[in-house]
Ligand binder design. Structure first.
Ligand SMILES: [Mn+2]
Length: 306
């Protein structure tokens, strides 16, 4: 089944408040300069005029929250983003969110879930990442909120983040596929094992191949759901293929393996929305990582070789 041809609304969220390395606030610009919108139009998608969710620059703020740095600012951005994303779905438009650090996912997912809950529907979630992103404020070594979004989506941690969509959890762990992981913080291991999410580590991909793994991922996120959201952290890719990330971890998903996963996502016709996060142009060379990511997004939106 091909992807439904809804109009696409690109939402930029220029935020780096959730990370300690600066620069992910320029991620939306890098993808725009790489020509993402026009490339999607070239594939036949109707792409609206792009919009941004406003984000305060770090230099204009101070934070006294050591366990959740810039908590108030990130909560505000996530609430605004949730409204913008929910409006897309309510209007029959497919949201493509450009981050920004990964803390924005709490807002994106809250907006999606709010739309589907009103229709008694559940949502699946593919979390493509080198990391688990399942720290909670008490366990986080850094207080950086971009290490915590999946924990909050699953109902743990700070009640205001976890409650962004009203009821908790936003998504049931059995409908979550965490893929590409290879660097997990000490106390995060137990949290992930106990959480009930489906994990697809680099070892799984090495041993079984991305083709088989992609099929299992799609079974997880499509089981009894209205579709799935793809939260794509660029650091899930191997740093040799995408060096423009703040937290590179060697031994990641290759360019071809990522294409195969995203082509399978497109073929399923069940992707409700996508976000790209953690692209850091300061650490990139000549916008090459943004170009790479653009091609991967095109695969998720149905580009095929033949
Ligand atoms: Mn992440």
């Amino acid at each position: 089944m091909p992807l439904s041809r809804k109009p696409v609304r690109i939402l930029g969220v220029p935020m780096d408040l959730g990370a300690s390395r600066r620069g992910t606030d320029m991620g939306p610009s890098a993808l725009r300069i790489a020509g993402l919108g026009d490339a999607l139009r070239g594939l036949g998608w109707e792409v609206e005029r792009e919009r941004d969710v406003p984000v305060p620059a770090m230099e204009t703020r101070e934070t006294s929250e050591e366990q959740l740095r810039f908590r108030a600012e990130i909560l505000d951005v996530c609430r605004d983003l949730a409204s913008a994303v929910q409006a897309c779905l309510d209007e029959g438009v497919l949201p493509l969110v450009l981050g920004g650090d990964h803390s924005i996912a709490m807002g994106t997912v809250a907006g999606l879930v709010s739309h589907h809950r009103a229709r008694q529907e559940k949502l699946g979630l593919i979390w493509f990442d080198a990391h688990g992103d399942m720290n909670i404020p008490d366990s986080s070594p850094s207080g950086n909120i971009h290490g915590m979004p999946l924990a909050h989506i699953l109902g743990h941690g700070d009640p205001e983040f976890a409650g962004l969509a009203g009821d908790v959890p936003m998504i049931l762990p059995e409908n979550v596929a965490l893929v590409g992981i290879r660097q997990i913080d000490g106390c995060e291991k137990e949290v992930i094992s106990a959480s009930g999410v489906h994990t697809f580590t680099m070892r799984d991909i090495d041993e079984r191949g991305m083709g088989a793994v992609a099929k299992e991922i799609l079974e997880v996120v499509n089981h009894d759901t209205a579709g799935f959201h793809l939260s794509f952290d660029v650091d899930g890719l191997d740093p040799e293929d995408a060096s423009g990330v703040g937290t590179p971890v060697p031994g990641g998903v290759s360019f071809r393996e990522a294409h195969l996963l995203l082509e399978n996502c497109a073929d399923s016709g069940r992707m409700t929305s996508m976000e790209v996060v953690e692209l850091n142009p300061i650490l990139d060379s000549g916008n090459a990582s943004a170009e790479t990511v653009k091609h991967l997004v095109l695969s998720a939106f149905g580009m095929s070789i033949l």
